[in-house]
Design a protein around this ligand. Structure first.
Ligand SMILES: *[C@@H]1O[C@H](CO)[C@@H](O)[C@H](O)[C@H]1NC(C)=O
Ligand SMILES: *[C@@H]1O[C@H](CO)[C@@H](O)[C@H](O)[C@H]1NC(C)=O
Ligand SMILES: *[C@@H]1O[C@H](CO)[C@@H](O)[C@H](O)[C@H]1NC(C)=O
Ligand SMILES: *[C@@H]1O[C@H](CO)[C@@H](O)[C@H](O)[C@H]1NC(C)=O
Ligand SMILES: *[C@@H]1O[C@H](CO)[C@@H](O)[C@H](O)[C@H]1NC(C)=O
Ligand SMILES: *[C@@H]1O[C@H](CO)[C@@H](O)[C@H](O)[C@H]1NC(C)=O
Ligand SMILES: *[C@@H]1O[C@H](CO)[C@@H](O)[C@H](O)[C@H]1NC(C)=O
Length: 354
């Protein structure tokens, strides 16, 4: 009690007002603060929106210039010029960004902050990538639990990020392509995400953040056909269908599990940043910073020592980095939006955790 009155005494007027309005007594605030610090680990599953270095060097992609030029200053396995979603979620939790699974032996002292099992290019199902799909990624965590690398209390004090950013759909379009059958494929993707979420919960994880799909119709890989002028509403409507199904599915799981899963709405957050990009100091909303000189080339393509890509002067002023991924500035703006929606806050303080 002493502690609480002390805090209130030194709380300026507006701060006191905020406490009153939000219905938080000093004591609740204190308990919640303590709670926050019990979250000691972040795990991540999924694809390039979460991957921080699991794919092998020498395979191109995120390991070639100019990837990583903003952070850490050279290519390091992140699919951007700098930080990605996992890094921002870790920052929110005040944790170090979890080490890639691939580096668990090299950087053993970092295992205590959690681990990143995400591999760029993968989906919940097989895709053209030869890296492990999400089922196998979850197997990796299961093995580490069997090996007692992580204990039950580690898991119950952790947050897990699940990033599914559309590789299943890219693969479907490349191999099957029927727009008519797309809705039924979306249903099977969301069912597989749901199966994965249940499995992660059964491993003992109490708090899960799952990405709602970003507007695929606004990604440069799609908007290139309109010279980066407008989003494709056909694709965006399919994304909204995916997100709707995911919402229904998670709502149902949460009724049984104390709201332990929160959806990170990348659709709304991307859209609102793209719609109001100047507020975030972003001049180029749809045009990517780094792009192949023709459709045969990608960001980073080099042929006989000749660069086959164009790079913008200021990655800080672009939302998109390449055909599929936001820049660090883009992720930062999305993160700011997400923080404002309180979804991360709700996850941390969801009932049943105390
Ligand atoms: C994931 O990959 C494994 C092995 O490659 C495969 O057996 C399994 O069917 C895949 N899972 C899904 C859901 O496609
Ligand atoms: C997924 O790919 C693996 C090989 O990488 C293969 O063994 C497996 O059968 C595939 N599973 C499905 C469901 O296609
Ligand atoms: C691909 O399309 C055919 C019909 O065009 C359909 O029967 C099949 O189920 C589709 N595959 C997937 C993975 O949806
Ligand atoms: C959106 O993409 C689909 C599939 O590629 C295409 O058929 C359609 O014309 C595009 N729509 C717009 C508005 O560009
Ligand atoms: C599902 O959507 C409704 C309406 O937008 C929203 O209030 C609710 O929080 C969403 N549920 C989840 C689990 O995100
Ligand atoms: C974009 O901004 C306009 C005007 O402020 C608003 O009417 C529209 O709903 C916004 N769209 C999105 C996707 O936020
Ligand atoms: C949900 O919360 C209640 C009360 O806080 C607790 O008794 C119960 O075990 C929790 N259920 C799950 C599945 O975590």
């Amino acid at each position: 009690m002493m502690m609480n009155s002390y805090k209130i005494l030194f709380c300026p007027f507006y701060c006191f007002l905020v406490l009153l309005l939000s219905g938080q007594t000093g004591m609740q605030a204190e308990a919640r603060h303590l709670n926050h610090h019990l979250l000691t680990k972040l795990f991540a599953f999924g694809d390039s929106y979460a991957d921080t270095g699991n794919t092998r060097k020498g395979e191109g992609g995120s390991w070639i210039e100019p990837y990583g030029i903003t952070f850490p200053g050279k290519p390091a396995g992140r699919w951007s010029d700098g930080r990605v979603l996992t890094d921002y979620i870790a920052k929110y939790l005040r944790l170090k960004s979890p080490i890639p699974y691939r580096l668990r032996k090299k950087m053993a002292s970092h295992i205590k902050y959690g681990m990143n099992f995400a591999f760029g290019g993968t989906g919940v199902f097989n895709t053209s990538s030869s890296y492990p799909n999400m089922t196998i990624q979850i197997d990796f965590l299961e093995q580490l639990i069997k090996q007692k690398v992580y204990t039950a209390s580690d898991l119950s004090n952790s947050v897990t990020l699940v990033a599914v950013s559309g590789n299943d759909y890219n693969f479907y379009l490349a191999t099957n392509g029927s727009i008519q059958d797309f809705p039924s494929f979306i249903t099977s993707v969301v069912n597989q995400i749901t199966t994965n979420l249940i499995r992660i919960q059964k491993l003992g994880v109490k708090k899960i953040i799952v990405d709602g799909l970003q507007p695929l119709g606004c990604l440069p890989q799609t908007t290139v056909s309109s010279s980066f002028q407008q989003c494709n509403s056909t694709f965006n409507n399919l994304v909204l269908f995916h997100n709707d199904l995911l919402n229904q599915s998670v709502t149902k799981l949460n009724q049984e599990n104390n709201n332990s899963i929160q959806i990170l709405d990348l659709y709304d957050s991307f859209m609102s940043v793209l719609n109001d990009s100047l507020t975030h100091n972003i001049q180029n909303s749809l045009k990517p910073c780094c792009f192949g000189v023709s459709s045969d080339y990608n960001c980073g393509s080099v042929v006989s020592n000749e660069k086959k890509y164009e790079l913008c002067d200021k990655p800080k002023s672009a939302f998109f980095w390449d055909g599929f991924h936001p820049t660090q500035a883009g992720w930062h703006a999305v993160y700011s939006k997400l923080k404002a929606t309180n979804v991360l806050h709700r996850l941390l303080w969801a009932e049943g955790f105390v």
